[in-house]
Design a protein. Structure first.
Length: 310
């Protein structure tokens, strides 16, 4: 009988010695699992977190790594904090992983007045990426979600991005995750147009048993998620694999990775498809223009670079 090919896992990550990565939202969950895997592969990894004390506690769990870790403060719901983080960055940055996110929370606003899920999951990362882009040498990986396929996430509400007067947690979350994919699409188009070798990719973890679902605005959904986490979900290490696959494999720009199992809920990382709405270049351009207007951050002039292979 023919042998079954072994599926890709964290032990297949190429040597990351000498490379520097930033992972947002790295206090716990797939963010911390991503940090741990990259550090053990030799990278220097910065945990970009809102709560530095929690970040330090998380960093302390990364033991016996070939690489190293450090913690820096970043609040994606505050554009002043995003600008401060980027202004403090010195030197090259090989890899930016836009991992942080909030999910299905009660209606709230960022410090700058944006709906919290759209403001944190998309606008904060949009501003951070563009501000750091002159330093980046290899790629940007943005974590999206299969929720972008749900009816709630089928389009961007350009006429009411804050969902004022019509807020629903799942609608806001779906919109933000669709925005992550449109952002990746347009970022790659701009990089290509600029003649840059940098790559923009996206990933989703499938159903990972993280604490993200614990903040759901619905008690019923929180209970259902708790049961699903026990029965259906992958652990954080498995949930981080699509991100790590996108971060370290030689994949084309604008690639989208996720689990290969039924419904993309669990399994080994592979290239996956996206919805029609997430593939629309006109929506991607429009979202980019609006995001520049809202954040005051624009696509930067990039230094000349040669292609880097992870």
């Amino acid at each position: 009988m023919p042998q079954t090919q072994r599926k890709w896992n964290a032990s297949d990550i190429t040597d990351q010695t000498g490379r520097t990565a930033v992972v947002t939202g790295a206090n716990s969950g797939i963010g911390l699992a991503t940090v741990d895997a990259l550090a053990h592969a030799g990278a220097h990894v910065v945990l970009a977190v809102r709560d530095v004390r929690r970040g330090e506690a998380a960093a302390a769990t990364v033991r016996d790594a070939k690489g190293s870790v450090e913690v820096r403060r970043l609040d994606l719901a505050d554009l002043a904090s995003v600008r401060e983080f980027a202004a403090d960055w010195q030197g090259d940055l090989d890899l930016l992983i836009n991992n942080a996110g909030v999910m299905n929370i009660p209606e709230a606003s960022t410090k700058d007045g944006f709906e919290m899920q759209f403001g944190t999951n998309h606008l904060g990362h949009f501003a951070l990426t563009n501000l750091l882009l002159p330093h980046i040498t290899d790629r940007v990986v943005t974590v999206s979600s299969g929720a972008h396929r749900l009816p709630a996430g089928m389009h961007i509400h350009f006429d009411n991005l804050n969902l004022t007067g019509e807020y629903a947690p799942m609608v806001a979350y779906g919109q933000s995750k669709l925005a992550n994919l449109l952002f990746t699409l347009e970022l790659q188009r701009r990089l290509t147009e600029a003649g840059s070798p940098l790559r923009a990719l996206a990933a989703h973890p499938g159903w990972a048993a993280t604490n993200l679902q614990g903040h759901d605005a619905s008690v019923v959904r929180r209970v259902a998620m708790r049961i699903g986490n026990r029965v259906l979900a992958q652990d954080n290490q498995a949930g981080a694999l699509p991100t790590l696959y996108a971060a370290t494999r030689d994949l084309p720009g604008a690639s989208y990775t996720g689990p290969d199992g039924l419904g993309e809920m669990r399994g080994a990382p592979t290239l996956v498809g996206r919805s029609h709405a997430a593939s629309d270049p006109e929506s991607a351009r429009r979202l980019w223009t609006v995001s520049e207007e809202l954040t005051g951050v624009v696509f930067p002039r990039l230094p000349k670079r040669t292609k880097v292979t992870a």
